[in-house]
Design a protein around this ligand. Sequence first.
Ligand code: PEP
Length: 268
Amino acid sequence: MMSDRARRKLLVANWKMHFVRAQALEYLRVFTERVRGVQKTEIVLAPPFTLLETVGRALHGTGIKLAAQDLFYEREGAFTGEISAIMLKDLGCAYVIVGHSERRRLLGETDEIINKKLRAALDAQIAAILCVGETLEERRAGRTHAVLETQMRGALAGLRLPSPSEGRGDGGEGECLVISYEPVWAIGTGVNAAPEEAEASALFIRELVAQLFNTEIAQRIRILYGGSVKPENFGGFVQQPNIDGALVGGASLDPEAFAQMAKIAERL
Ligand code: PEP
């Protein structure tokens, strides 16, 4: 079903735990220059919390959007070290990454926690980029789709997504949810999934969204691929009918490489 190329391409840089202010500003000096003229493709940068304000200010007027890499699900209170959706909204974040596999693995994030975080993001009208993906072991056991289904059902349980035509979310297309298919074995390893394999998972995710919500949302929702994406392989992913862009970690730390991907997306 459902190949709708009307969906705007989306490219997200996940800087993870990299850069201090001077490095971020130098990056932006190069990057904003290189992507001048990129208009059809939506570009989002997700710096660490400490850089959100600096990067947000520097992006003002560029059309490039700001994302956080995580949030906490409570609104405010005695939660030492945590950051709420309202705080992110205050800094101008349009997006927040939720459920990244590094957080699931290193910090014990469960589907239940992820569900609460999604709810908090939706309440604050910040578009969530939900990450799902299987480990190598799960893939070898032929469980990829079963794992995706468990993660999706758990993360999205009980959530009401406004239909895209309501335009309530703060994402570029007025949406409030983006899903990134990120096979864990491909993240930061240099081994990417084959584009056809990523497409099969993206299609599976889209069909599941139709079941969990409705076909309008499924047709409009943007699904990204993440896992060792770089300029040399990016085109192969974004040309797949159900893949609308990429979440890029390592290669997004190089402003030239990330800008190159934005230009490739723009041409396709
Ligand atoms: C990620 O952080 O989501 C990611 C896909 O990382 P990398 O591009 O480095 O594999």
